[in-house]
Design a protein around this ligand. Structure first.
Ligand code: NFS
Length: 671
């Protein structure tokens, strides 16, 4: 039976994406969207029921009671598949962190070109957490010690990863009792691979316990230190004006799109693009200059810190090339589609790989090395500029939206009280009073199996109406940015009255963009600080908060989900479950689903669920928030209680005649 082909409107809610998908169709070029239509997912693999870890298989388990050739049960196979995915995700995030730590070490020892320590205050704050002496020492000396400490966390064999101590104490105790504190970041990933080799760990519960330990090595290890070092080297984000969507590409300029994840390269390309020598080179080539933009989490890194525009999220990487206006797409690691190279052959775009870990056949490889960062960044830009003359017909959608990203936890702390009284107190108070009903972190990828950006933005909008403060990272944040939800004034007419009051008082958008996927650790830090501030429980699982990844597709997302659950959060993923187990055909295939939801909830207070229906996701999010409010003894959320004070009310009152205004304001009846 032929599969249904979706229209551009069904592929994406984003008008810029729709325009490019129409262009792709006219040119007869395939994209991830059309390939998703052409290829039905394998139902056995999708449900985690296929085992291919040895050469006796692959074994496909589709009947009640069936086992693999070695006797492995459905439950064991599902648990093994899940931990392998989580480990790959944790490895990707953490290896990014390792490279950041090496860069910090090299900067500390004057071995790099172009980098400086931008945030000395954060360096000192972080160093102090680990008792690294700071008084009277130059920043580079402190940075050297911190780099050594962080590098050591990867290869540590015994004991505890030091970053764990940044979690609430009660949480650390749970982890210690469960034996899931990572000993070393690399060790847990290696052990996950060992345990899942043929003939090793075959108890699903035991396998999943190690999945938690591996994921914690990501969230409270590799990712957390990646965020720390990025801030130290490139600056801790604070609000800045930016733009998002394909309309940020420019006709009259050399368009260079940086795509991937690590800020080391992209930050240097930002610096190189502003170099007078490069600008002159671009002008000599007939362009007005170099226009830089980002895709995926690289976009988030340079958007948060420099206000460099985001051309789009994961599903827009091909669409950017389809504009015909991109001279070079410079990629490093993660979320880079192999299809880019073939697609680029239809245009003049050069795909430039830069990581020693990532090569794509047909791409130009210019290897990045932090020791010669600025020189290499300029080489890359010259290659792009040389390509400007080869540009053919262009079609750039005139669609872009302003946004204000840059909400690091340090900034959130500051914005709530200013320099002298910075504190999470106002946020805690707002949640306690019910002005803010709760907090939702909406994060993660795009997935061409669902309508691009729809789930992210539908859920975001609906939760805002319910006075839920939303924090976002990754491709989800770019989805909201494109819809104008990351703007102060512009987004506020779409939010509930209590939340609106808070946003107006503090002067923030209702959706706070907190960075890249690695920066999900910022959300963990915010939750920890909320707990430390008091009034919302003494551990993360008591805070009225939920994590959602409505359009997830990557293994990194699964690792994030697992470490958030272990940290006490209720986490809802959209789409399909990788461990759902074909319940229509195999009656008893729900053990792993049960273990990661109810099972993990009993131990950690958080659980992982896969829910396809967005309304059900919203309903369960609100139910969880209300349950946590009740458990804390907070007043029941009342949508009509707030929203009658502050700027909005004053503006309304100004419309009234004085006597009525006086009565409304002071309760003094008209004479
Ligand atoms: Ni996160 Fe960033 Fe996007 Fe998903 Fe990929 S870019 S690290 S994995 S697709 S959010």
């Amino acid at each position: 039976m032929a599969r249904k082909k979706r229209t551009p409107e069904e592929f994406s809610i984003d008008p810029a994406a729709q325009q490019m998908l129409i262009r792709a169709d006219e040119l007869g070029i395939g994209t991830a969207f059309t390939r998703a239509d052409d290829m039905a997912p394998c139902p056995i693999g999708a449900d985690g029921m296929c085992c291919k870890i040895c050469g006796m298989g692959p074994c496909r388990l589709t009947k009640d009671g069936s086992t693999g050739i070695c006797g492995a049960t459905i439950d064991t196979i599902q648990a093994r598949n899940l931990i392998r995915a989580i480990s790959a995700g944790a490895a990707a995030h953490s290896d990014h962190g390792r490279d950041m730590a090496f860069t910090l070490k090299a900067v500390a020892n004057d071995e790099t070109e172009g980098y400086v320590i931008r945030d000395v205050a954060k360096l000192r704050t972080i160093a102090q957490i680990y008792d690294i002496p700071i008084e009277g020492r130059p920043p580079k000396e402190i940075a050297n010690d911190l780099a050594d400490l962080y590098i050591a966390q990867f290869g540590q064999q015994k004991g505890e990863v030091v970053l764990i101590k940044r979690a609430p104490e009660k949480r650390q105790k749970i982890w210690r009792e469960q034996g899931v504190i990572p000993r070393g970041i690399d060790r847990e990933v290696v052990e996950a691979l060992h345990r899942t080799h043929i003939g090793d760990d075959q108890d699903p519960e035991h396998i999943l316990q190690h999945a938690i330990r591996t994921a914690l090595g990501d969230g409270w290890g590799g990712s957390l230190l990646a965020t720390d070092i990025s801030d130290i080297l490139f600056g801790t984000p604070a609000p800045v004006l930016g733009q998002a969507n394909l309309g940020v590409l420019k006709e009259n300029m050399v368009n260079v799109v940086v795509h991937g994840h690590e800020p080391t390269l992209s930050e240097m390309i930002v610096a190189a693009s502003q170099d007078p020598e490069i600008i002159a080179y671009a002008k000599a080539a007939g362009a007005d200059g170099v226009n830089l933009s980002g895709i995926c989490c690289t976009a988030n890194e340079i958007l948060m810190r420099q206000g460099i525009p985001a051309a789009g999220n994961f599903l827009q990487q091909e669409l950017a090339i389809l504009t015909g206006s991109v001279e070079a797409m410079v990629v490093d690691v993660q979320c880079i589609m192999q299809a880019l190279v073939g697609l680029a052959r239809n245009f003049h775009t050069k795909i430039i790989t830069t990581s020693p870990k990532v090569k794509i056949k047909g791409a130009t490889h210019i290897q990045f090395d932090e020791h010669h960062a600025l020189t290499i960044a300029k080489d890359i830009l010259r290659t792009a500029i040389d390509n400007f003359q080869n540009r053919g017909e262009t079609k750039i959608p005139n669609v872009r939206e302003d946004l204000i990203p840059g909400f690091s936890h340090e900034y959130i702390n500051y914005m709530l009280g200013g320099s002298y009284r910075s504190s999470f107190r106002p946020l805690n108070d707002a949640v306690m009073s019910g002005r803010i009903r709760g907090i939702a972190a909406i994060v993660g990828c795009n997935n061409p199996r669902s309508q691009h950006d729809y789930l992210h933005t539908y859920i975001t909008r609906e939760l805002l109406k319910q006075d839920v403060l939303v924090v976002e990272t990754g491709c989800g944040a770019i989805a909201s940015a494109k819809l104008g939800l990351l703007l102060g004034e512009a987004g506020l007419d779409q939010v509930g009255p209590g939340l609106r009051e808070i946003c107006e008082t503090i002067g923030i958008p209702p959706v706070l963009h907190m960075g890249s996927c690695v920066d999900n650790t910022r959300i963990l830090t915010v939750l920890t600080q909320i707990v430390a501030e008091g009034g919302l429980g003494d551990d993360i699982d008591q805070v009225p908060a939920v994590g959602l990844a409505p359009e997830w597709m990557s293994e990194k997302a699964l690792s994030i989900g697992a470490y958030c659950v272990a940290s006490g959060a209720y986490v809802i993923f959209g789409g399909t479950s990788p461990v759902s187990g074909m319940p229509d055909r195999v009656a008893d295939s729900d053990l792993v689903s049960h273990l990661i939801s109810d099972g993990w909830e009993k131990i950690y207070g958080g659980k992982l669920e896969f829910i396809a229906d967005p309304d059900e996701m919203i309903r369960k999010t609100l139910a969880h928030i209300d349950k946590k409010r009740a458990a804390l003894g907070l007043p029941e959320y009342d949508p009509n209680r707030y929203g009658r004070s502050g700027d909005a009310r004053m503006l309304e009152l100004e419309e009234l005649p004085w006597t009525e205004r006086r009565e409304a304001l002071y309760g003094v009846a008209a004479d």
